[in-house]
Design a protein around this ligand. Structure first.
Ligand SMILES: Cc1cc2nc3c(=O)[nH]c(=O)nc-3n(C[C@H](O)[C@H](O)[C@H](O)COP(=O)(O)OP(=O)(O)OC[C@H]3O[C@@H](n4cnc5c(N)ncnc54)[C@H](O)[C@@H]3O)c2cc1C
Length: 368
């Protein structure tokens, strides 16, 4: 049974928020509060940078492609209480249910640095031109983003010299040793140099993503490059919740219950990277959170008790392509962590960056 006339305000239209507005659109009056003009499929951004002509537009899914009844307000939230959301413009949206899904920020190019698709496309093209002319690339940060960036660059320009530095002593800490062994073997095959346990003494004087003479030292060893990228520094987008609805943890994340309510608030939920859920921050988790919250809100709208609970995976999950033909991955199974064969990494993510899945979910017709 569905019942309309209840308002659900969803703050943030990333992986979690977009899935949620789509799920609830025909069951409630959905108001999406999101400054961007399109859902951004961030997992595609590194290939959008290295192959902008073919890939950049495919990362953007305009909200009007899948929000049929609901309203989209291109605004930032600046405050939230049990009954509604205050917008940066000063206006207020009253709501029966509120879902907070404002996620995380990563330095460009991993996530865009504008709320406009047109500007984001121009940024990718501009940085692509800077990168194209650079023979030596320095990447600071050897997490999944830094590794994927290196792989995408090598797929287009195998001759470029790439160095990745990271203060951590090992790659993908917390994952199975066999995954690390495979990862090192592939990086070596691709000719990507990884220097672990190394901290840059200073940040390069050149802006990241701009061609220029990069000259830094790491533990007194000189490193030179013609361009560098920052691939570390994820921040939770929760500044608007300070002094607000519940105390944030030291990472700026919001505490949630197993039903994904913000602690102490039966009509306010949080999903995705914003939450303090003890798991790797992933788009796949955000989508699963959205399904749980959609079911709980529907139950409440229909006068029933919300019963769905979210169980985080005890196994670390990741798929890290190194371009379209290489990469590693780990998934949970009944017997614990399972390392994905390279063919599965390619099939599940590397080849099409999951655009097949997101086209089916969020596009009226696949991009030409
Ligand atoms: C390069 C890269 C590759 C990745 N690959 C994968 C992968 O293969 N698989 C995987 O599972 N995960 C992957 N991730 C992680 C994934 O992107 C995140 O876990 C995911 O974005 C979290 O989704 P979310 O809905 O919580 O928030 P986000 O996707 O971060 O969306 C948050 C939204 O909130 C909006 N917002 C922010 N502040 C406000 C405000 N005050 N008011 C209103 N709106 C606001 C933002 O504009 C944004 O649209 C990748 C990340 C990167 C950067």
């Amino acid at each position: 049974m569905t019942q309309q006339g209840k308002t659900v305000a969803v703050v943030g239209g990333g992986y979690g928020g977009a899935a949620l507005v789509k799920a609830l659109d025909e069951h409630a009056d959905v108001v999406l509060i999101e400054p961007k003009d399109a859902f951004v499929h961030a997992a595609g951004s590194l290939r959008a940078l290295t192959q902008p002509e073919e890939w950049a537009e495919r990362m953007f899914y305009p909200y009007d492609g899948f929000l049929k009844r609901g309203k989209h307000l291109r605004e930032y939230a600046s405050g939230v209480d049990d009954k509604g959301v205050v917008l940066a413009s000063g206006e207020r949206v009253e709501a029966d249910y509120i879902v907070l899904a404002t996620g995380t920020g990563y330095p460009y190019p991993a996530k865009t640095r504008t709320d406009s698709t047109e500007e984001a496309l121009a940024h990718f093209k501009e940085t692509h031109a800077e990168l194209a002319g650079a023979a030596r690339v320095l990447i600071a940060g050897a997490g999944p983003v830094g590794l994927e960036l290196a792989g995408e660059i090598k797929a287009v320009w195998p001759e470029k010299q790439i160095t990745i530095v990271d203060p951590a002593e090992e790659l993908m800490p917390g994952y199975e040793a066999a995954l690390r062994t495979e990862l090192h073997a592939q990086l070596e095959k691709l000719g990507i140099e990884v220097r672990l346990g190394v901290t840059l003494d200073d940040e390069p004087a050149v802006e990241p993503g701009r061609a220029g003479a990069v000259a830094v030292t790491a533990e007194n060893e000189p490193i030179e490059a013609d361009i560098w990228f920052r691939a570390f520094g994820m921040t939770t987008n929760s500044g608007y919740l300070k002094d607000g609805i519940a105390p944030l943890n030291r990472r700026g994340q919001l505490p949630v219950t197993p039903k994904l309510n913000v602690e102490g608030h039966e009509h306010v939920y949080a999903i995705g990277d914003l939450t303090d859920m003890n798991e790797e921050k992933r788009a796949s988790a955000a989508g699963q959170h959205a399904a749980v919250v959609a079911a709980n809100i529907l139950a409440q709208i229909n006068g029933e008790a919300p019963e769905q609970e979210y169980q985080p995976s005890p196994v670390r999950v990741a798929i890290v392509p190194l371009g379209p033909e290489f990469g590693v991955g780990q998934m949970p199974s009944e017997d614990g962590p399972v390392q994905l064969p390279i063919e599965s990494v390619i099939e599940w993510k590397g080849r099409d960056l999951m655009t097949g899945y997101f086209d089916a979910a969020f596009r009226l017709a696949p991009a030409q």
